[in-house]
Design a protein around this ligand. Structure first.
Ligand SMILES: Nc1nc2c(c(=O)[nH]1)N[C@H]1C(S)=C(S)[C@@H](COP(=O)(O)OP(=O)(O)OC[C@H]3O[C@@H](n4cnc5c(=O)[nH]c(N)nc54)[C@H](O)[C@@H]3O)O[C@H]1N2
Ligand SMILES: Nc1nc2c(c(=O)[nH]1)N[C@H]1C(S)=C(S)[C@@H](COP(=O)(O)OP(=O)(O)OC[C@H]3O[C@@H](n4cnc5c(=O)[nH]c(N)nc54)[C@H](O)[C@@H]3O)O[C@H]1N2
Ligand SMILES: [Mo]
Length: 741
């Protein structure tokens, strides 16, 4: 496959037309894309009341391939009852993630038990009954509740409320496998777990760091912003072991000049080793001190622990920094000098930073660097984790975490006049371990693909198989429905947000809350998420039919909670900064959540000052003669465990069963490019893998595609965020036989 020399551009435009055909014509797709609903893909956020493809600054058109893919997938036909006669779970297992997604939209509740041998369509009533019987049979702490980040604030709030009143805090979301290290890290730095800036602040930056991320593929709409930084004469410094084509050059489709001529993105591209960021960030900080380019006045007036950090930086030897980061001192100096000259710097990062056993420390080190030049607590500068799922941040805000913030806990109890459990809830990995050990017996997943997103895929499969019941609320089929089967598995089909009968809300990574109008149901069968949750809650916790108590005596009238407006009333009362959500469906006023953007150097920490952190540098792993450091990453053609295309356009890779490896390593390891290899990792091995000679990756490091590579990844998590080290996998590679060409 010929590698493209730039990201975006005409291929992206041509793709739009191809996708339009699949969706039944450009007009139909256009109408769907312009409807007043928040975009379904990443958390950069667009759409809502200003109409689809508009960002919060009002810019139009904002387009990306991902949003088209997600929309077209939801516009597919339905899976009919005959499908389930045809496909047994064994046959579903043989389908690729792409084939599973292309089976169509889920339309019937289905039940699987090993005795039935296949999924069988059942009525909604039957499905509810089975779930409720099981919930009544079990004790609450034998259950767990996993949420992906696509569902609305209303569905998220309602389900966590139900789980807690049922009696458990085993409530968590995909963030534990994603940006949890950012949330934990940022909270320890500023007292707040999200971005410190708004979208508008980006318009004033003259330096943007992009660390451990590939927004050209994964957040394409950020590319316009990066292009504008360069046009203003600003700089973009990319830190990534892999040279991502789209981060070097990108043709922004919504900008005529850029579309035709292309735009240079990175002004400096730095390639550390995988896991070398903490050493590199420490090196830049040390150099800033040596250059006397730090802001002593700010550090003393607005930060705690400066003297400890300074002493630590001065005591850390350059040899150690260079060895552990893989970056030469001259290049570290170059970065520090450019940063020293910046007036407004913004630090952005994604999974290359969080998917490590020292993910939180990485985030804290980014915080140090920003604070050292007073880049947090004023307009135009700050910290920006680039979030994943379109509403993952909202799901977290409305209480989908094992432990509620103290204020939320109190207000929730007061608002509903209930008492909530105070047990320590389980994070996502702890839920997998509890399932494997038999402590947990029922899982309930609001969206997502818990099996597919887990490290150590074999273990994840066994853990879920060990459960007595698994309930999935999904829009389409995924590998979890083939491999993640409990003794009784129920899949409930739900509506996508632009098909909801009532308005819902979502929160972007800039803490901006959008209102989605919903829209007509595309297919008969799926139900609204809130309707499903409220019905189960009512049947499980509401007054029983023969009891004398009326619905009014129950602390919560679950039936009324089928109204999203009613749920928003509660969110407005309970979640700090969300007061305006109460009448958003009337006012149509989308809003910025209060108390999270820092344009003044005052922080909600104990001392009111930002916190600096000093860390020992972790050893650079995978240095053995036969070893490689492996990152497991996304291709351009997938959204998480959902694969839309097997090829990876910008990296020029045609298939997914490959390991991207530098030609020097192919030689060093005595491999033959015409042979397939077995890759061995800490959790397992994967055979029949093809070598893809890849000049763009730093030698000593390699890349494979997630979720397929998850059989290799160990369950080791960052102790502070409980996030697996999806990018810090040490592997060996062995020759197999000649590949069949
Ligand atoms: N097209 C598309 N868009 C998406 C998604 C998708 O699957 N597909 N998923 C969404 C979600 S949930 C998320 S969380 C985001 C993910 O967005 P990203 O974080 O951009 O996605 P990853 O593929 O995990 O890629 C991580 C990047 O980090 C680099 N990297 C790996 N290890 C290291 C390291 O140790 N240090 C440094 N500095 N860099 C490293 C890799 O080379 C790669 O460029 O995207 C969101 N948007
Ligand atoms: N090795 C490795 N593993 C990883 C990662 C990695 O980089 N490497 N990345 C991690 C990251 S960042 C993340 S976020 C997780 C992803 O973990 P998840 O969020 O659990 O997984 P997704 O693949 O995004 O879930 C896709 C499914 O969501 C369902 N869906 C889509 N829209 C809706 C909706 O509106 N409502 C409902 N109810 N369902 C819907 C569809 O059925 C679809 O099959 O994976 C993690 N795992
Ligand atoms: Mo994510």
């Amino acid at each position: 496959m010929k590698k493209v020399r730039s990201g975006g551009g005409w291929p992206a435009v041509a793709y739009t037309f191809r996708k339009a055909q699949e969706a039944g014509g450009l007009r139909k797709l256009w109408k769907a894309m312009r409807s007043k609903n928040a975009c379904k893909t990443c958390a950069l956020g667009m759409g809502g009341q200003r109409g689809g493809m508009v960002n919060e600054s009002g810019h139009f058109p904002e387009v990306c391939k991902k949003s088209l893919q997600a929309m077209v997938a939801d516009m597919q036909g339905g899976i009919g009852p005959e499908f389930w006669k045809q496909y047994t779970p064994a046959e579903l297992k043989s389908l690729t993630p792409r084939e599973l997604e292309n089976c169509g939209r889920l339309t019937h509740p289905v039940l699987f038990t090993p005795e039935l041998k296949r999924f069988q369509p059942i009525s909604w009533d039957d499905a509810y009954k089975r779930i409720v019987i099981k919930l009544k049979e079990l004790s609450a702490d034998q259950t767990f509740w996993y949420f992906s980040g696509r569902s609305s604030n209303e569905a998220g709030f309602l389900l966590q409320l139900f789980a807690r009143l049922y009696g458990t805090n085993n409530v968590n979301n995909c963030s534990y496998y994603c940006h949890q290290a950012s949330g934990v890290g940022l909270t320890s730095v500023t007292g707040s777990g999200t971005a410190t800036i708004t979208l508008e602040d980006l318009d004033h930056a003259d330096l943007v760091f992009v660390i451990g991320g590939n927004p050209a593929s994964n957040h394409p709409r950020l590319m316009r912003t990066l292009m504008q930084v360069r046009r203003r004469g600003g700089q973009v410094i990319v830190i990534n072991p892999l040279v991502e084509t789209g981060m070097v050059r990108f043709n922004v489709p919504s900008d005529a000049r850029s579309l035709l001529l292309g735009s240079e993105i990175a002004s400096l591209y730095v390639q550390p080793h995988i896991g070398g960021d903490l050493a590199l960030l420490t090196g830049i900080a040390k150099r800033l001190v040596e250059l006397d380019a730090h802001d002593s006045a700010f550090l003393q007036s607005s930060c705690d622990h400066w003297w400890t950090l300074k002493a630590h930086l001065l005591a850390t030897p350059w040899e150690e920094i260079v060895e552990k980061s893989g970056v030469e001192a001259t290049q570290i100096n170059e970065i520090a000098e450019r940063y020293a000259q910046a007036k407004n710097a913004i630090f952005s990062w994604t999974m290359g930073i969080t998917h490590h056993a020292h993910g939180v420390q990485n985030v804290q080190a980014i915080g140090n660097l920003a604070l050292m030049r007073g880049m947090v607590g004023r307009p135009g500068a700050g910290l920006m984790p680039i979030r994943g799922h379109s509403n993952v941040q909202g799901i977290g805000s409305v209480g989908v975490t094992p432990k509620l913030k103290d204020a939320v806990f109190q207000r929730l109890q007061n608002h509903f006049n209930v008492s909530l459990p105070t047990t320590v809830g389980r994070d996502t990995m702890a839920c997998m371990e509890g399932s494997a050990s038999g402590d947990l017996k029922l899982g309930f997943c609001l969206g997502g693909n818990l099996y597919g997103s887990n490290p150590d895929a074999n273990y994840a499969q066994q853990a879920i198989e060990n459960l007595e019941m698994m309930v999935y609320l999904n829009t389409t089929l995924n590998t979890g429905h083939a491999f993640g089967l409990a003794k009784e598995t129920i899949i409930l089909p739900v509506l996508a947000r632009d098909e909801e009968p009532q308005p819902t809300t979502q929160e972007s990574m800039f803490n901006y809350v959008r209102l989605s109008d919903g829209g007509p149901q595309r297919l008969a069968g799926p139900k609204s998420e809130v309707e499903v949750i409220a019905t189960i809650a009512e049947r499980a916790l509401g007054p029983t039919e023969d009891a004398s108590a009326s619905a009014d005596d129950a602390p919560i009238n679950w039936k009324s909670m089928q109204q999203t407006g009613k749920i928003r009333e509660a969110i407005a009362e309970v979640i700090p900064g969300f007061q305006q959500i109460k009448d958003i469906d009337q006012s149509k006023q989308e809003f910025q959540i209060g108390g999270r953007t820092f344009h003044e150097p005052k922080f909600p920490t104990g001392s009111g000052r930002a916190q600096l952190h000093a860390h020992e540098l972790p050893a650079l792993r995978g240095q053995g003669a036969d070893q490689l450091r492996l990152m497991t990453i996304r291709s351009e053609g997938q959204f998480n465990t959902v694969v839309y295309e097997d090829y990876d356009l910008y990296r020029g890779v045609e298939r997914r069963d490959v390991i991207l490896i530098h030609p020097d390593d192919i030689k060093r390891l005595g491999l033959d490019p015409s042979m397939t290899v077995t890759v061995r990792g800490p959790a397992g091995s994967l055979g029949n893998v093809r070598l893809h000679a890849f000049e763009e990756i730093r030698p000593g490091n390699a890349a494979m595609y997630y979720p397929e590579a998850n059989v290799l990844v160990s369950r080791q998590v960052d102790p502070d965020s409980k996030t697996p080290a999806f990018k810090g996998v040490v592997v060996t590679v062995e020759r197999e036989q000649l590949a069949v060409v």
